[in-house]
Design a protein around this ligand. Structure first.
Ligand code: NAP
Length: 331
C-alpha cells in the first residue's frame, strides 16, 4: 500500500524552485533531505511516496533499524524531508522536462507547471511482474520481488518458489536455500542466463529443485501464499507446490520512454547514464537510485539513498557554478 499525504499541497503555476526531484522513493526523498540542507527550495513530484518500498513489508537491512516496517521507514523519510521545508506532491506523473530561459520547465499531470534551476530524476525501476492470478492479491503477504531484502523473513519456513533464470533469481535461490527447507526454482527456458558461477552455486545446493521450461500460472492462498501452480510447457504437466512464499525475480523495467522523451542518454539496458557525481548528459539534470546505470546488480534502499544524496550535492554545486544559487532566507 502506498503512503498518501493527507492534504496534497497546491503548486503555484509557473512557481520557481531550485531543485525539482522527480520520484519519491528512497533516492528522491534522500535527495530532498540533502537539497533542503543546502537551503535549496525543493519540491518532490511523484506518483507515490515510497516507490519500491511499497512492494515490501519489512526492512531489516537499513542501517539504524534492525527491523522496521517498510511503510514506517517511508514515513520517516517523508517526515524528515518535510521537516526541512521540502514540498512533496504525490499523485503527479511528470510528463516533460525542457529547457526554457536558462531554467528547466517541468510539466506534470494535475496541471503541474513549474520552473527550476536543476532537476533530479529518481523515478526508480519497476520490478517486472508475472501477471498471474494471485500475484497482486498476495503482494507483501508471501509474494516478494526481492530475495536479498526479504529472504531472512522466511527463516525456518518449509518451502518457497523463486521465478526467473537471471542473476537475481539464481542469487536469490542460493540465498533462500540457507533460510528455508526447500527452494523450487522455476524458469521458463531450459538454460539460465545467469552467470555460470551463480548457476554452479545453486546446483550445489541439495535443497534447490529446478523446474525448467516451466511457468507459474497461479498463486494460491488464504491470508498469505499457500501454494503455487506451475505448468511444465514441454510435458503439459501441472504441479501444485505447497509453499510459504514466491520470489518473482524476473528483471526490471526502466522508464525508457520517459528518459528518451526528455533527452537523457541511457545504457544498453535503458537506464540513465550517470558519472560518479550523478551527472547525466544534460547539464543541470542529475539522476539517482534505480533509474541509473550504476550498481544494477545491487539495488538497495541504502544505495538509492546514497546516490540521492550525491545528486543533491551535485545539483547544489551546479547552481553555484551557474550563478543560480539563492539560499533560502537570502533571496
Ligand atoms: P534479467 O537478467 O533481465 O533476467 C530476468 C530473468 O527472468 C530471465 O531469465 C528471463 O527469462 C526471466 N523472465 C523475464 N520475464 C519473464 C516472465 N514474464 N516470466 C517468466 N520469466 C521471465 O534480470 P535480473 O536477473 O534481475 O538481472 C538484472 C541485472 O542485474 C542484470 O544485468 C544482472 O546481471 C544484474 N544482477 C547481477 C547480480 C550479480 O552479479 N550478483 C545479481 C543480480 C542482478 P529468459 O532468460 O528466458 O529471458
Amino acid at each position: 500500500m502506498s503512503l498518501r499525504i493527507a492534504s496534497r499541497p497546491k503548486l503555484e503555476k509557473g512557481g520557481r524552485f531550485d531543485v525539482v526531484i522527480v520520484g519519491g522513493g528512497p533516492a528522491g526523498l534522500s535527495a530532498a533531505v540533502y537539497a533542503s540542507r543546502f537551503l535549496l527550495k525543493t519540491v518532490v513530484l511523484t506518483v507515490d511516496v515510497g516507490g519500491q518500498l511499497n512492494l515490501t513489508n519489512w526492512v531489516d537491512d537499513y542501517p539504524g533499524f534492525s527491523r522496521i516496517s517498510a511503510s514506517e521507514l517511508v514515513a520517516r523519510f517523508r517526515d524528515h524531508a518535510q521537516s526541512f521545508g521540502v514540498t512533496i506532491v504525490p499523485g503527479v506523473e511528470v510528463k516533460s522536462v525542457m529547457r526554457e530561459n536558462g531554467l528547466f520547465r517541468v510539466l506534470g499531470t494535475g496541471g503541474v507547471d513549474v520552473y527550476s534551476g536543476s532537476v533530479i530524476i529518481a523515478v526508480g525501476a519497476m520490478r517486472r511482474k508475472l501477471g498471474v492470478p494471485g500475484e497482486e492479491e498476495f503482494q507483501g503477504r508471501g509474494v516478494s520481488y526481492c530475495s536479498i531484502c526479504d529472504a531472512p523473513l522466511f527463516k525456518g519456513r518449509n518451502a518457497v518458489v523463486v521465478v526467473g533464470g537471471g542473476d537475481s533469481a539464481l542469487e536469490g535461490a542460493a540465498l533462500l536455500s540457507s533460510y528455508v527447507g526447500r527452494v523450487y526454482l522455476v524458469h521458463r527456458r531450459g538454460e539460465f542466463r545467469a552467470k555460470p558461477v551463480l548457476v554452479k552455486e545453486v546446483l550445489a545446493r541439495d535443497n534447490v529443485e529446478l523446474l525448467l521450461n516451466s511457468v507459474v500460472t497461479e498463486i494460491l492462498g488464504e491470508d498469505s501464499v499457500k501454494a503455487v501452480k506451475v505448468l511444465n510447457k514441454v510435458t503439459g504437466e501441472t504441479r501444485i507446490l505447497e509453499v510459504d512464499g514466491i520470489f518473482i525475480e524476473i528483471g526490471f523495467e526502466p522508464a525508457r520512454e520517459f528518459f528518451k522523451s526528455i533527452g537523457l542518454e541511457v545504457d544498453e539496458y535503458g537506464y540513465v547514464k550517470v558519472d560518479e557525481w550523478m551527472r547525466t548528459n544534460i547539464p543541470g539534470v542529475f539522476a539517482a537510485g534505480d533509474a541509473i546505470n550504476m550498481w544494477r546488480g545491487f539495488r538497495q534502499i541504502v544505495t538509492a539513498a546514497a546516490t540521492g544524496a550525491v545528486a543533491a550535492y551535485s545539483a547544489y554545486q551546479y547552481l553555484i557554478e551557474k550563478g543560480l544559487y539563492r539560499p533560502a532566507g537570502f533571496k
